[in-house]
Design a protein around this ligand. Structure first.
Ligand code: C2E
Ligand code: CA
Ligand code: CA
Length: 526
């Protein structure tokens, strides 16, 4: 369940981690491509404008030259001079003399028909009147521009203004002073489209504008779409996408591994409070009466399975999570067995505490806070610590003494399995000693440890410590311990560790056998 959640999160992370930078890169490179497109169009517009101005200047100079002469109008010399000027000028198609309102002569000779003079057009700052998109009259059948001055007309083919379409990335629009758009007439498929009505900022098209002396050129092109750009950039972006996907997949795997490491799992379990307490009854060997229980932690995974403490307590001690786990256990005891403990003052619950908490004394305020106003007596809470908790002997002595002052009983757990011995026992204010299961197992066997049990019992007796035997599984072991005056025992012979409700039921059954304690009888009478 949890592993699946982590994997789903990891996959999502990889997808988002790849998609976001990829989209950002695509968007940024698209913006850059758009900027390049605008720049290109700007250059085209500037180029076309320079060309327009030079064509106009050429035609205007030709016009001014002819207007400055004083030939006899339409004399052979006059016509020859006009022809020379037209040949010398690149832009000029024809020059006509229209002094009397009709065309009298042009570079080809005396006019054969009476062609009326066109309209006056627009008077420019340089004194020349300009007409654009003029109907072709005495030149070829193309839209023409006519410059007029002092009875002369200079005709310019408007197509000259437009650079060859193959040189253009898009289309171009030229406007004469006054704003009139120059038309072209070529109808072929390669015709220069002049329909760019686009303004520079219109989103559908990219355009650039350049203007001087009243002339304006707008170069335009369909704006590069994001999809089109993505297609162009595919080859470049694909390796980046693969790289990012790989990177984030790796990162996700690394993260999920880290999350799912034993340490990560334990941290999560602490945060989610996945610990429960089970209670193993402790009985008085002489009578079989239940005098309490040891609280044993169980890690209940979200799927309901229980993890045994030996699988995670050592790790919890190592990583410092033992502190919060102990706190959960103290809370669990108060919550699970508060009623049972208030009802029967002779019952106690024994709680295991980690080595660090004994040395530091951290357990003291935890107990104080947990027991306040619960009606549970301190004598009803015993504490068990292994010899590892006594490495810091001064700290341990201080904590054990404080526990005793409060009324708690303390026991040395797993006694005999560590290196300590008498030396510790004499210097520490403990009340009881728990004989480890390994020694009980050896009872009645040929095992070399079998005689150690006897020594431990004798030593405890000498130091006036209570003895609890752990892991009693057979009646023979119980008889052996009973014979040697061992006070208490716990083990599968009596009961396994039980969930709270079952332990409560066990106590009720046990009480029926051994009688109702006095304080319960008085409570019932009230
Ligand atoms: P321990 O304190 O020596 O606890 C006794 C262990 O022996 C328990 O195992 C108990 O279920 C088991 N046991 C009791 N009687 C018998 C028996 O007749 N036969 C057999 N085969 N086993 C028996 P458990 O609950 O697995 O706990 C293992 C160890 O984990 C405990 O050893 C203790 O060192 C640690 N532990 C358990 N709960 C806590 C806790 O709340 N805090 C801390 N710090 N340590 C805990
Ligand atoms: Ca214990
Ligand atoms: Ca033990």
């Amino acid at each position: 369940m949890r592993r699946w959640r982590v994997i789903v999160v990891a996959v999502l992370l990889a997808m988002v981690g790849t998609a976001v930078p990829l989209a950002a890169t695509l968007y940024m490179s698209w913006q850059m491509a758009l900027a390049t497109q605008r720049e290109q169009l700007g250059r085209v517009a500037a180029f076309a404008l320079a060309r327009t101005e030079s064509i106009y200047a050429d035609a205007a100079n030709t016009l001014r030259s002819i207007a400055a002469t004083d030939f006899e109008h339409c004399s052979p010399g006059h016509i020859a001079h006009m022809r020379q000027l037209a040949i010398a000028s690149l832009a000029t198609e024809n020059i006509g003399y229209v002094g009397s309102g009709v065309m009298e002569c042009d570079i080809w000779g005396i006019a054969q028909q009476r062609i009326p003079r066109g309209d006056d057009g627009r008077l420019l700052a340089d004194g020349i009147s300009l007409t654009v998109n003029d109907k072709p009259r005495y030149s070829r059948q193309r839209p023409s521009m006519v410059l007029r001055l002092a009875g002369y007309e200079v005709i310019v083919d408007q197509l000259r203004f437009f650079p060859s379409p193959s040189l253009l990335p898009g289309s171009i629009e030229i406007r004469a002073p006054g704003g009139t758009r120059l038309v072209t007439e070529d109808p072929g498929p390669d015709a220069v489209p002049v329909s760019v009505a686009a303004e520079p900022d219109e989103p559908q098209a990219s355009a650039a504008r350049s203007s001087a002396m009243g002339w304006t050129v707008v170069a335009g092109e369909a704006r590069l779409s994001l999809a089109e750009h993505a297609r162009n950039a595919e080859l470049l972006l694909l390796p980046l996408a693969l790289f990012l996907a790989g990177l984030f997949a790796g990162l996700a795997i690394w993260l999920s591994r880290r999350r799912l490491s034993p340490r990560g799992e334990l941290a999560l379990a602490v945060r989610n409070r996945e610990f429960r307490a089970h209670y193993q009854p402790i009985v008085e060997l002489a009578t079989g009466r239940c005098i309490g229980a040891e609280a044993l932690v169980r890690w209940q995974r979200p799927d309901g399975s229980l993890v045994r403490p030996d699988l995670f307590i050592p790790l919890a001690e190592e990583t410092g999570f033992i502190g919060p786990i102990t706190d959960h256990m103290v809370e669990a005891v108060v919550r699970d067995l508060g009623d049972v403990l208030r009802r029967d003052r002779r019952l106690h619950i024994s709680i295991n505490i980690g080595a660090a908490d004994i040395g530091s004394g951290r357990i003291l305020p935890v107990l104080d806070a947990a027991l306040t106003d619960t009606g549970i007596e301190p004598q009803q809470i015993w504490l068990e610590a292994t010899e590892r908790g006594f490495v810091d002997i001064e700290g341990a002595r201080h904590t054990l003494a404080a526990l005793r002052r409060r009324g708690h009983m303390t026991a040395i757990d797993d006694f005999g399995t560590g290196y300590s011995g008498l030396k510790y026992l004499q210097r520490l204010p403990v009340d009881a000693l728990k004989i480890d299961k390994s020694f009980i197992d050896a009872v009645g066997t040929e095992a070399p440890t079998s005689h150690v049990t006897e020594h431990i019992i004798a030593m405890a007796r000498e130091l006036k410590l209570r003895i609890v035997a752990e892991g009693v599984e057979t009646e023979a072991q119980a008889a052996y311990l009973r014979q040697r005056g061992v006070d208490f025992a716990q083990g599968w012979l009596f009961s396994r560790a039980l969930p709270p409700a079952e332990f409560t039921a066990f106590c009720t059954r046990n009480r029926k056998t051994f009688g109702v304690p006095a304080n319960v009888a008085t409570q019932a009478a009230e």
